[in-house]
Design a protein around this ligand. Structure first.
Ligand code: ACM
Length: 525
């Protein structure tokens, strides 16, 4: 080989090995944003094929001077810190940066509403655009879900933090997407409620309904009626010590939820489900005798004295204090299973309580039985049991919140082998929890009647956060998707693949979940 040939051969070798390296890298590291397991499924996803690398030194840049948007930037930095170990700097800027993570309220499509967002990822810039900070916050959840699952771990992890390039355009189908936690049958700490709230936030849910009073316990401090908590809050199902939230603790929950764009809907159940109140104050009983505290699980045996003015003074005080500490627009008045209240007493009672709630500037939600009364135009009926009542509510012009027990109750057992929970409304496997459409489930209830969906967790059999997690996961993401993603875009066979890949995220978050045999969970996790 002469010298020139040798040089040519050498150059060819270098070139081909460079090509190999490039090609090899491309082969080894394809990215496909459209194949990422995002729950709820977004409206549209377009893949770019490359990666943005999140590194030590990546900056989170917030457009303009919105304090609220800046808080979302700090929330994102905090979410990314434990697993990466990076202390990402959060800054403000007046124009779009060349690189980094950029959060902005300009250029959003107003048709996407306050919760809609657009996420565009290039090799240099991750950009989240929304009409309101709330939308940017929802988009942050998508960003978390397209990072490796280890991003959810609580301690520093080895490895690179790649975000696939492309675009996500997204907005919700229903405006109300919630879950309920019964803190009355068993009491749960502020920390537990915050963890539950974080689960909702991760799946873009926006309401946490707290069932704050029932026969077994009164869980919210009412300063004008202190025995409600000192006595009525002193036990729970099975006779444990119970507990309650002080007004400061409740304010802390409201704030924590608010920072996640989650509205707290507080429920004071009445006129039934009131034994804890009836045990705390003799004058709330028609016979003037205080009831014993109750630690069993029967329902339908208690009632406030609906004909007594003391009862309405009590309700006015409770709603006044509750409304003052609740920034959200709704107060839930229960109204379910008042089996020992005569219907001729129940109807004027609900009518009057609606007026009390309105006088304190709030809007009523009640379980579907309230349709027996004359509903105010903005009252919401929560469909849980009765198709007839729900249709009667619609007949009065009310909107419906869909929480049908046989589909949406998180305390229903998965199958006959489930040790926790109940099954009076049936067994709800993960596919059954997902595979229904609020707008076609019940004859007479169509989409325009529905404000959204809620998945209640009653806690007669649930005593701690691990048990909550077992009943909630993996069904909660499905309820979140029903609320967010239009029915026409939902399909169990496709969803169950995305859900399977969330198994790794549940594990990273330390969630003890039910490994449904219908889903191919990751091995060894
Ligand atoms: C309910 O499950 N009693 C609303």
């Amino acid at each position: 080989m002469n010298k020139l040939k040798q040089i040519h051969a050498f150059a060819a070798l270098i070139l081909s090995s460079m090509l190999f390296v490039q090609y090899g890298c491309a082969q080894k590291q394809p990215s496909d944003l459209s194949a990422e397991s995002i729950i709820p499924k977004p409206v549209s996803v377009t893949a770019g094929g490359g990666y943005f690398n999140l590194r030590q030194g990546t900056e989170i840049i917030v457009d303009g001077s919105s304090e609220e948007l800046l808080k979302v930037g700090h929330y994102l930095a905090e979410r990314l810190r434990p697993a990466t170990g990076y202390k990402l700097e959060v800054k403000t800027a007046v124009k779009e940066p060349g690189r980094g993570i950029y959060l902005t309220l300009s250029g959003a499509d107003p048709a996407s509403g306050n919760e809609g967002y657009e996420l565009t990822v290039t090799e240099r810039l991750v950009k989240l655009t929304a009409a309101a900070p709330e939308g940017v916050f929802r988009g942050v959840q998508t960003l978390r879900q397209i990072l490796p699952a280890a991003i959810e771990k609580a301690s520093v992890q080895e490895g690179s933090w790649k975000i696939p390039t492309g675009t996500v355009t997204d907005y919700p189908d229903y405006s109300y997407r919630g879950a309920m936690l019964d803190v009355a049958r068993h009491f749960f700490s502020v920390e537990d409620v915050k963890r539950f709230t974080d689960f909702l936030a991760f799946y873009k849910m926006n309401v946490l309904h707290l069932h704050l009073s029932d026969d077994q316990g009164w869980r919210i401090e009412i300063r004008s009626w202190p025995n409600l908590t000192s006595h009525g809050g002193s036990t729970q199902v099975g006779g444990g010590k119970g507990g309650f939230y002080t007004q400061e603790q409740y304010a802390d929950i409201v704030k924590y939820a608010g920072e996640r764009y989650i509205t707290i809907v507080p429920e004071i159940d009445m006129p039934g489900h009131t034994n804890a109140a009836l045990a705390s104050y003799a004058e709330l009983n028609c016979d003037g005798k205080a009831r014993e505290l109750y630690t069993g699980t029967n329902v339908g045996f208690s009632t406030l004295c609906t004909g007594s003015e003391t009862t309405y003074k009590f309700i006015d005080d409770v709603i006044r204090e509750l409304a003052a500490m609740t920034p959200g627009r709704y107060i839930h008045i229960g109204g379910d299973e008042s089996h020992v209240t005569k219907v001729e007493d129940y109807i004027p009672f609900i009518n009057r309580v609606q007026e009390i709630v309105a006088a304190h500037g709030k809007q009523v939600i009640g379980w579907d039985e309230i349709a027996l009364a004359t509903l105010k135009p903005n009252t919401i009926a929560q469909c849980w049991a009765s198709e007839k009542n729900s249709n009667a509510a619609i007949g009065q012009g009310a909107k419906i919140l869909m929480a049908p027990a046989r589909k949406a109750y998180l305390d229903m057992q998965y199958d006959k082998t489930t040790k926790l929970g109940l099954h009076w409304a049936g067994y709800i496997e993960v596919d059954a929890a997902y595979n229904w459409d609020p707008a076609t489930l019940i004859p007479g209830i169509v989409k325009e009647n529905i404000i959204g969906i809620e998945a209640p967790l009653w806690t007669e059999t649930i005593t701690n956060i691990d048990e909550i997690e077992y009943m909630v996961f993996p069904r909660l993401p499905g309820y979140a998707e029903i609320g967010w993603t239009p029915a026409a875009s939902r399909n169990w066979d496709e969803y169950k693949m995305r859900l399977a890949s969330h198994g790794e995220r549940f594990s990273a978050m330390g969630i003890d979940y039910y490994r449904s045999p219908l889903v191919s969970w990751p091995q060894g996790k």
